[in-house]
Every structure is written in C-alpha cells, then in structure tokens.
Design a protein around this ligand. Sequence first.
Ligand SMILES: Cc1cc2nc3c(=O)[nH]c(=O)nc-3n(C[C@H](O)[C@H](O)[C@H](O)COP(=O)(O)OP(=O)(O)OC[C@H]3O[C@@H](n4cnc5c(N)ncnc54)[C@H](O)[C@@H]3O)c2cc1C
Length: 388
Amino acid sequence: MNFAESEEIVALRDTLRRYLARQCPVEKLERWDREDFIPREELEGLGELGLCGVCIPAEYGGLGHDPVALVAAIEEIARYSAGFASYYIMCSGYGGLNIAEAGSPEQKRRLLPQLAAGRLAFSYGLSEPNVGADLASVETRAERLGDRVIVNGAKRWTSAACMTDYVYALVRSGPVEAKRRNLSFVLVPRTAPGVTVTNLSAMGHNGVPLADVTFENVELSIDDVVGGEAGWNAGWSVLAGPALEVEKLGPPAIALGVAEAALAEAWDYSQQRVQGGRRICGHQAVRHALAEARTQLQACRLMLAHAAWLVQERRPSAVATSMAKLFVAERAREVVLACQQQVMGAYGYAHGFQMQRYVRDVLAIPIYGGSSAIQRNNVANLLQLPRE
Ligand SMILES: Cc1cc2nc3c(=O)[nH]c(=O)nc-3n(C[C@H](O)[C@H](O)[C@H](O)COP(=O)(O)OP(=O)(O)OC[C@H]3O[C@@H](n4cnc5c(N)ncnc54)[C@H](O)[C@@H]3O)c2cc1C
C-alpha cells in the first residue's frame, strides 16, 4: 500500500497552485461571486496548462485516462472557487470524459481537441421541473424523422447554460413505458433555434449560474446524438457507464477543496483574534474544533484518493465512489460550519472574509450529483442489503 502521491500529481498540484495564486486574487473571486459569471478565458487558461485533457486520449490532444489527476485539479481549483471548479468539470468531465467514453468517432475528432484546449464546455441537462433524483423519468422528448431529431421539453438547474457551448441533455427517445430503454443523450448547441436559456438565482456556486433551458422544436441531426446512430436509445447505459464513476468524484473533490480553504482561513484567523487575554487558538474549544476539522479532512482525502485510484485502475468502484461522494460531502459541510461558527463567529458570517462564500458553496454539495440519500441507497443496494 503506497500512500504517496505520484511525482506527476505532485507536479500538477504545484503548477496549478502557482498558477491559481497568480491568476485568482481575492478581488477576482469576489467579482465572480457577485456577478455570477466567470469569463471563458479562465477556462482557456486551464486548457493552456494541459489540464482540460486529463480524461481525453493523447491522439486527440489530451493526457489519457487520468481520474486521479482530474480529482487533484478539481480540489486545487475549488480551494479558490467552487464555481470555477464546476466550470472546469464542464469542460474536462461533462465534455472530455463523456465524449471520450461515449462519443462517435466523428464526435471525438470534432470535439475532443477543442475540449482538451479548454475552448468548449458542456452543461449537464439531466434535471427537469418534474425530474430530480429519478432520472429515468425524464420528460424532454426527442423524435426521429429520418436522420433529423426534433427535441421538445425543459431542463432545470442546468449550471452555466448561458456560458457553455452545448447542453449535454438526457432525453426520452421512445415510449415512456420502456423507461430506461428509451433514453438518449443529445448535444444541443446553446445557440440553436428554439433553445431558450433563463438564468435562475441561487445562494452559492456563483460563477456558473443555474438556468432553466427550454427546447421548442429544436432540430438536430442523428450526428448530434451522443454516440451517433449507435447512441440512439442507449442513453441509460451511457449515464450509468464508466464515466459515472469518474463523475461521482467531482462533487466530493469540490467539497474537499472548499473545506480545505475554509479551514485555512479559520486556522489563520484563530491566531489573529484575541479574546480573554489570549489568541483564541489558545482556548481549548477552538483548538479542538480545528484539530477535529483537520482530522475529518484527512479522512476525506484518503477516502477520495482510494476511490479515484480504483477508478483509475478500472477496478470495481461503484461502492467506493458512492461512499466517497456521501462521506466527503457530509463531512466537508460539517467542517465548514464548524470553522464558521466555532472559530470565526460573526466574522465568518459577514462579508469581508471568504467564509460566508465557503458556507454557501458547501451546502449545495450533499444535494447535487446524487444526493446523500441517493448515495446511501446506492451503497445499501450495491452491497445487496435485503429490503425485507
Ligand atoms: C448548485 C447546483 C447545481 C446543479 N447543477 C445541475 C446541472 O448542471 N445539471 C442538472 O441536471 N442538475 C443540476 N442540479 C440539480 C441536482 O442534480 C438535483 O438537485 C438533484 O438531482 C436532486 O434533485 P431535486 O433537487 O429535484 O430533489 P428531489 O429528487 O426532488 O429530492 C428531494 C429530496 O428527496 C430525497 N429523495 C428523492 N428520491 C429519493 C429516494 N429514492 N430515496 C431517498 N431519498 C430520496 C432527496 O435526497 C432529497 O433530499 C444542480 C443542483 C444544485 C443545487
């Protein structure tokens, strides 16, 4: 058992830390948060560092299949901004990973080099007004007319749809009775006639605004179905395929990065703030809160690293990735709240420090990417716990 990170991952973290320290001053992060927008050049900057191709084969300009590198990059970026880490996933994961795993040869040739360069990003179109955890019940419809595909329906909570190039949308492509057998993924260009994007307002993850997206007689071709002709009605196997294992690691990697940033701020603050004649880091309650937070994050780090290693090695990983999503999202939330409430007091609630942003961001993570309850279901079901 080797607990040391490889030289490549150490170098990746080092390069990215130096880049982010230069590129992401706190004024910029506050602007992204306030304006709920991150310029495209920021993604292209990550592309220039070679980070957007960590799940894209070398023949298309990427670095191969490297979920461990993906997770490390997400964690590092999330220390600065959960929104920026999400935007990065929209390029490297929703885009690069999914097309590398499930795209047709023509889609790979056309899209992967652009994705590897950070010049394309996909929004994920799974949720709908009537569809949350139960994804197999999607109502957005795709109809075949020869080689044409007509899409009608509505997607909800489509992060960054106003900023990305395509909505990678799960659609019903046959009779509803067949549930999982009649689903497909389509790539809908954001600027296609019949697509309307309406931003929504939320408390956190700013920079990649949530949006409602409606499709009204949007005309695509069979080449826009993910996987081409072979992908028609194959959406469920794409959704539940190998890419899912990598995708489950994204939200906990964001959670870990946000919680590490919160702990760093609280750790530092505890050494500046004086109460009762001594720095608050000298009060046992505060010391214990900080020591507990460090311990929890160390457990999160190991759990996530183990799950990512299983995925990288293409070993069975479904239980480990669900446990990592569940555990890290829940513990990170506890850590951030402890840092805010037990260490920083009112200063953790007010604007001026970043803590209030970390709190707003971390609260979303047990909700999306398969909620904590859904991950508990997964773990119990995968381990074949009887229901009766
Ligand atoms: C910041 C943010 C970004 C998001 N970005 C995207 C995005 O880019 N694309 C996208 O498609 N969606 C996105 N979502 C939506 C997200 O994926 C959904 O919120 C999530 O799937 C849960 O759906 P829901 O909120 O409708 O909750 P529901 O499914 O209605 O669930 C409500 C509650 O019931 C529980 N529950 C539901 N079913 C079960 C069950 N079978 N067993 C036990 N408990 C259950 C849930 O855990 C939850 O606590 C985003 C959400 C947030 C907050």
